[in-house]
Design a protein around this ligand. Structure first.
Ligand code: ATP
Length: 278
């Protein structure tokens, strides 16, 4: 006799969602289902509400309207298997926490059982995730002394260690060189292919992840478009969204925005103030 499993449903379900600060509406009327294993790129100029969208999914930001469900329940609920890679901040180089400890912070302490056996299982899980991001060599060193790319790999490991159903990534490629951009985006892609995690990936630059992207959510000036890259990243759609003439060129499999103002950012480096943590 085969057991009929209930339909798991989408990994993320957004209905009629809106977010406004004072009289400024970042977005409204947002309906979106993100399926398990789907890779959704969230694009848009500075201040369009990309990070706030992820924060609403994490339960760190309340919506002005509508509802969101993530991993089958309310944002921020207990046992939600959600991995989060926050926007990169420089780690204070005096931080003596080791890489293995940083990654271990991503584990739900209760799942691994009590006593020595639980502790060993926890250690094995942390070690195997660190291995999967190629971080074994430096994981026992103080995090503050590692390079930006090494720290970022450990942050990815921390987000993956709890076996997330949904992975929320806020500009995870920021300030990485091309080789590390490729390595980190491949790690995230592998997670959704091998474990079926849904990936929501905020980025200013679609090209480094274009090959992985199933759909794009593009936020601009209180409006948005959702669709495949070929549908959204067109001169017509972006001109319509930005309310000005924009030319999108496809060159060598990449997307370039010609005559773009810096606000469009696709070809612009993104600057952030580095803030220290720890
Ligand atoms: N709690 C808050 N109260 C008031 N305004 C806020 C709050 N949180 C965010 N904002 C404003 O909402 C806008 C969107 O912020 P958000 O960080 O979501 O943008 P973003 O698209 O991620 O931008 P960036 O590309 O610069 O990271 C910004 O103008 C920000 O100042």
């Amino acid at each position: 006799m085969s057991v009929q499993l209930p339909d798991a449903g989408p990994a993320v379900r957004v209905r009629g969602a809106g977010l406004a600060f004072g009289d400024r509406t970042l977005w409204s009327g947002l309906d979106l289902d993100v399926e398990p294993g789907e890779f959704l790129a969230v694009l848009g100029p500075n201040g369009s509400g990309k990070s706030s969208f992820l924060k609403a999914l994490l339960g760190m930001q309340s919506l002005s309207a509508g509802t969101v469900e993530i991993a089958g329940g309310r944002p921020g609920g207990a046992n939600r298997k959600v991995g989060y890679i926050p926007q990169q901040r420089a780690i204070d180089d005096s931080l003596t926490l080791r890489g293995v400890d940083l990654v271990g912070l991503g584990l739900d302490g209760h799942r691994w059982g009590p006593g020595l056996a639980g502790m060993r299982a926890r250690k094995r899980r942390v070690a195997s995730v660190i291995e999967s991001v190629g971080g074994t060599r430096y994981a026992k060193q103080p995090v503050g002394r590692l390079s930006g790319g090494e720290q970022q790999r450990l942050r990815v490991a921390q987000a993956l260690v709890g076996d997330p159903t949904v992975l929320l990534c806020d500009e995870p490629l920021l300030s990485l060189d091309l080789a590390h951009q490729r390595a980190v985006s491949e790690l995230i892609d592998a997670r959704r292919r091998e474990a079926g995690s849904a990936v929501l990936f905020v980025t200013h630059e679609i090209n480094p992840v274009l090959q992985f992207v199933d759909r794009v959510l593009y936020l601009v000036n209180g409006q948005f478009r959702i669709g495949k890259p070929d549908e959204v990243m067109t001169s017509e759609t972006l001109s319509d969204l930005y309310g000005t003439k924009i030319e999108v060129l496809r060159v060598g499999g990449q997307i370039h925005i010609a005559g773009a103002q810096s606000a469009l950012c696709e070809d612009e480096p993104h600057h952030h103030e580095q803030e220290a943590v720890g």
